[in-house]
Design a protein around this ligand. Structure first.
Ligand code: ZN
Ligand code: ZN
Length: 349
């Protein structure tokens, strides 16, 4: 089969490799589309985590058609449209014992720790495979993983029906939160970024969004102005690093200052450096900071939202390339960060 493989950091190339073996409890999937994730970009540069080993076929966001099923698999059949929740937890650690799988101390992901979906075929344990209704496009099916991240963050934050929301960061994760949050709350949604192009992508799907370019507008002051001094109920930190903007607080501290008394800050941007928060600003509000990692049961929510068409995430797909052009995909994401969110890879038949 054809697969895009990283053998040295900064390079990914198409190769002919052996098709994965089908184990008895696995489903063999013929991949239609895979999507390049922010984590893939870090893996590509060799900056993700020391646990990542090369060579690697990346790709933890993908969808396709069941090609074959292992002997023990009863609930999937060849020809069905499916996607894969790439998370493999150990089942034995303290977190797993209480069912808190995203916190598994040795969490592994298909496409990060094992070969993934930038390939014609992937073999995945049947319990990680989800059926996708036929009327959901193959392209949307490849977005289910990233959308599940937004639904999980929304769940972790305790977001409710009429809550006002601030999302710091209009990248892949921020936009997935935006789609998910839009299915939960009818309240005001604010989104802040330093790139107008990214905010424009969000506005194209959500014209009522309160978009804030932090280089021109102070997000805390703006949120306070629109909410009559109250602040938002929930703020999400989806930037992951301290973007330095003259006269502005870092994104996490912005969240703390933008929430109401008793509000919640949900952090999910993966930064490599400590970030400064003035704790008394949090304490005076007796506010909560919660974190959110991967997803936990939200694949079903994302599939349901696409099924019922309560979300239309076409704005997230900013490019579709052939698998052989994967290297170009990684380079475009770096060269044009404002223009690109999700670049999909079309897998050859
Ligand atoms: Zn991802
Ligand atoms: Zn575990």
């Amino acid at each position: 089969m054809k697969a895009a493989i990283i053998r040295e950091y900064g390079k990914i190339a198409l190769e002919e490799v052996a098709k994965p073996d089908l184990q008895d409890d696995h489903v063999l999937i013929k991949v239609k589309y895979a999507s390049i994730c922010g984590s893939d970009q870090h893996i590509f540069k060799g900056e993700f985590h020391p646990r990542t080993q090369l060579p690697l076929i990346p790709g933890h966001e993908f969808a396709g058609i069941v090609e074959a099923v292992g002997k023990e698999v009863k609930n999937f059949h060849p020809g069905e449209k499916v996607t894969v929740d790439p998370i493999l937890w150990c089942g034995k650690c303290a977190a797993c014992k209480v069912g808190h799988y995203p916190a598994c101390s040795s969490l592994k992901l298909i496409g990060i720790d094992l070969d993934g979906g930038f390939a014609q075929y992937v073999s995945a344990p049947a319990h990680t495979v989800f059926k996708v209704p036929d009327h959901i496009s193959d392209e949307y099916a490849a977005l289910i993983e990233i959308l599940s991240i937004g639904f999980h963050a929304s769940a972790r934050s305790g977001l409710r029906e009429q809550d006002d929301v601030l999302i710091m960061g209009a990248g892949k994760v921020g936009q997935s939160i935006l789609h998910a949050a839009s299915t939960i709350t009818t309240g005001r949604i604010f989104m802040a970024d330093i790139l107008d192009d990214r905010l424009a992508i969000a506005l194209s799907a959500f014209p009522n969004l309160f978009a804030i370019n932090t280089t021109r507008t102070d997000p805390v002051a703006y949120v306070k102005e629109i909410t009559n001094g109250r602040g938002v109920d929930v703020a999400f930190e989806a930037v992951g690093h301290d973007v330095k903007v003259e006269g502005r607080m870092n994104p996490t501290r912005t969240c703390v200052n933008a929430i109401k008394g008793g509000g919640t800050v949900c952090v999910l941007g993966l930064g490599d450096h400590p970030t400064e928060v003035l704790m008394k600003e949090l304490i005076w509000k007796e506010a909560k900071i919660v974190s959110s990692r991967v997803s936990h049961g939200e694949f079903a929510k994302a599939i349901d939202a696409l099924d019922k068409q309560t979300i239309h995430p076409e704005n997230m797909i900013t490019g579709i390339l052939d698998l052989e052009d994967t290297q170009q995909g990684f380079e475009l994401l770096v060269a044009e960060p404002g223009k690109h969110l999700k670049i999909l890879l079309k897998i050859p038949d």
